[in-house]
Design a protein around this ligand. Structure first.
Ligand code: ADP
Length: 251
């Protein structure tokens, strides 16, 4: 069980997160939706302390961190329970596809190189990166392929929780579905996921729970079919209408 209580964060005296709570049962998928600038990324980064929250308590897999009073070592232990998938992949540019995944295994898990390579190959197969691309550098790969590598790297860490920050928003439209399919596959394996996304049909299909954040607070949360299909709050309805309009304009 992942417990996140009362997360608050200010930047330059502006309150960005106003006390966010979220509990996630093991193996569940939570989709976070909301307008641009509402604090979704900040919240995700606060969960694993990529960003330090000003207040709040986070427990993941028995590791508990209290904002402001936990030690560096405790924060590191919490971070080791998580993996983060960034919008812009964040791969090492001077490492090949397979080396990017192997690094997680040799440096973090301390596996010998041979074992790390075997596991990295399995993981890259799982995310459907073609074998002939394993030795390519990120700059020679498509965004979709780079994001697949980032997902394989996250899996290599065997985290309790994977945080994904708009994992398909930097991709060319034709590459989005392939990466969403990989995330669906990961979700089916029972790893707990929290994913910030604008892909509402993906959220509807994959998420056990949808959380709508606006202006630094949770406005509405519940089963995906309820929040997306029968939203209670006016702000949720307005947001869903705006995003559908945007998508129908694109499509
Ligand atoms: P979202 O992911 O919902 O688009 P963000 O969490 O990225 O929203 O940003 C929420 C607000 O916090 C925005 O107004 C943004 O400008 C501000 N913000 C985010 N990161 C920083 C930072 N490092 N310093 C100052 N302001 C920030």
């Amino acid at each position: 069980m992942i417990r996140i209580n009362n997360i608050k964060k200010k930047y330059n005296n502006t309150e960005i997160l106003k006390g966010i709570d979220l509990n996630v049962e093991d193996g569940k998928v939570v989709a976070i939706i909301g307008p641009s600038g509402s604090g979704k990324t900040t919240f995700l980064r606060c969960i694993n302390h990529l960003e330090s929250p000003d207040e709040g308590v986070i427990s993941i897999g028995g590791k508990r961190v209290v904002a402001g009073s936990s030690k560096k070592k405790e924060i590191l232990e919490l971070q080791r329970k998580t993996a983060f998938v960034f919008q812009n992949y964040n791969l090492f540019r001077n490492k090949t596809a397979i080396e990017n995944v192997m690094l997680a295994l040799t440096v973090v898990k301390k596996y010998p190189k041979k074992k790390a390579r075997e596991i990295a190959e399995e993981l890259l197969d799982k995310v459907s990166l073609p074998r002939e691309r394993f030795e390519y550098y990120p700059s020679s790969l498509s965004g979709g392929q780079q994001q697949r590598i980032a997902i394989a790297r996250a899996l290599a860490l065997e985290p309790e929780l994977i945080l994904l920050d708009e994992p398909t928003s930097a991709l060319d439209p034709e590459l989005v579905d392939g990466v969403l399919d990989v995330i669906k596959k990961v979700a089916k394996e029972g790893i707990t996921l929290i994913v910030v996304t604008h892909e509402l049909s993906f959220a509807a299909e994959v998420a056990d729970e949808v959380v709508f954040i606006d202006n630094g607070e949770v406005v509405e949360k519940g089963r995906a079919s309820e929040v997306l299909g029968r939203p209670r709050e006016l702000r949720t309805k307005t947001f869903l209408r705006s995003i559908q309009r945007e998508y129908s304009l694109i499509g």
